[in-house]
Write a protein that binds this ligand. Structure first.
Ligand code: ZN
Ligand code: ZN
Length: 465
């Protein structure tokens, strides 16, 4: 099983580099980050994913000829980049257009690409691989990977990820009567697309539980639930699906949500992980997702998801609720926030939405609880205090806003601009706003494209300690 995430920013760059003049085919290189997944959480099988990391135009001097049906180029720059990819654990891709048709691999493409790898193997020895992608003039995309001159693996799906989420390669399935009423709104392709989506929900409390339930009702095919907590008595006011007996049994939040979704028999495959999102044991599962919903108020966990979004092109739809009760000298302050984070959007740190000091203290509490308690007594670390007020209607509305943002990315029901990077709703003043901010100078996630789509690196996410 092989799939691909093509960053929207890279697709736009490719389409402009490759803009056909007079219907002539054009070509470019793409360096892909590689993702090696030992066990997909839904099938248990190994799979691979490529994520676009960098677009590299073919140097003019290397172009030999091009016409409406073919393009060839010298192998000089190809071999150089192939070796660079190999050394960095990446995969080089060649991309060309079929200006007058949809995306497909022609017989000539088959011959050219097999030859290309043969030439490389003859010259540089076996063991090289490369990806190939075709952009159709109608906007379609297809991709595959050559692993030896005779062996090719086709990419089952290509997700273009950015403000918009466009899935290529999904076959139209049989009509699903259960989901008929939403097909009437979003069209017959909507349900089959939803069925192939793989979505992570990190945090299964006040916002995460309704996010998971809503995604299940929308017909998302694969859900991953991640949370370390068990259901407590004070959770019953907002965690959808939770029961008093779950408190008595010490049930894990992920198991409660999974039980409710499975019991409903909606055709959703649910995988769970009880633990912290940054744990090694959930890496395969997270890297298998297409999109992740961030439903946790754990700063360190959100910092982790923030990095994951840029390295893997797995967009993060992060949310938060802020409720401050009225007091003598001030009115209520009640707000929801939904942030879309990933390559070409500002990161959570630059938006000031994650406090690195709090994240550090949370990490200490997790790794060395004794030391954390000692420092807390001396007031060196944050944490503790009274729990914040929270009410189910507002957490659930925040979840709806977040899932609707995802729907906007898929269907453009609010217009062609795609998802908003940041939306806020004031419940107390009935106001909706979208805002934006710029990356801070030097931010290695969002101020430059250096880590975008880099995929697997050592150490993981270049996170040390
Ligand atoms: Zn072709
Ligand atoms: Zn940033």
């Amino acid at each position: 099983m092989l799939d691909m995430i093509l960053l929207e920013a890279h697709e736009e760059e490719l389409r402009s580099v490759l803009r056909a003049e007079d219907g002539v085919e054009a070509s470019a290189y793409v360096m892909f980050g590689t993702v090696d997944i030992a066990a997909d959480p839904w099938t248990g099988e190994a799979r691979k994913r490529l994520v676009s990391h960098q677009v590299i135009p073919v140097p003019d001097e290397d172009r030999i000829s091009a016409s409406g049906v073919h393009v060839t180029w010298s192998t000089r720059s190809f071999v150089k980049l192939l070796k660079k990819a190999e050394a960095g654990g990446m995969t080089l891709g060649i991309v060309h257009t079929h200006p007058g048709s949809h995306a497909f691999f022609s017989d000539q493409d088959d011959r050219n690409e097999a030859n290309l790898l043969q030439i490389v193997s003859n010259r540089s020895g076996p063991g090289y691989r490369f990806a190939s992608m075709v952009l159709g003039g109608d906007g379609t995309i297809c991709a595959r990977v050559w692993t030896s001159p005779g062996a090719v693996a086709s990419c089952q799906r290509v997700l273009v990820a950015g403000r918009k989420l466009v899935l290529h390669g999904v076959a139209r399935g049989a009509v699903d009567e259960m989901l008929d009423r939403q097909a009437r709104l979003f069209g017959p392709d909507f349900n089959p697309v939803m069925r192939t989506f793989k979505i992570g929900v990190v945090g299964c409390g006040g916002t995460g539980s309704p996010v998971a339930m809503l995604l299940a009702r929308l017909g998302v095919g694969h859900l991953l639930l991640v949370d370390d907590d068990t259901i407590e008595l004070t959770n019953l006011n907002r965690v959808h699906g939770s029961k008093r007996s779950d408190v008595e049994n010490g049930a894990a939040k992920v198991d409660v949500i999974a039980r409710e979704i499975r019991d409903a028999e909606l055709g959703v495959h649910v995988a769970t992980f009880k633990g912290w999102v940054g744990d090694r044991g959930v890496r395969d599962a997270l890297r298998s997702c297409d999109v992740v919903f961030g439903c946790t108020d754990d700063h360190d966990g959100r910092l982790f998801l923030n990095r994951l979004a840029y390295f893997y092109g797995i967009f993060l739809i992060d949310m938060g609720v802020r409720i401050i009760p009225a007091s003598n000298d001030r009115p209520y302050e009640m707000a929801a926030r939904v942030s879309v984070v990933g390559p070409a959007a500002p990161c959570l740190l630059c938006r000031g939405l994650v406090d690195p000091i709090v994240a550090r203290d949370e990490a200490l509490k997790r790794v060395d609880p004794g030391e954390y308690e000692r420092r807390k007594e001396e007031a060196y670390v944050s944490g503790g205090g009274d729990p914040a007020p929270v009410v189910v209607t507002f957490t659930t509305e925040t979840a709806s806003m977040a899932v609707n943002e995802f729907l906007q990315g898929l269907t453009a029901f609010r217009g062609a601009g795609g998802m908003k990077f940041e939306r806020r709703r004031r419940f107390d003043t009935v106001e909706d706003r979208s805002s934006t901010c710029l990356p801070r100078d030097g931010c290695e996630m969002c101020a430059s494209a250096g880590v975008w789509g880099r995929g697997d690196v050592e150490p993981f996410l270049y996170r040390i300690g």
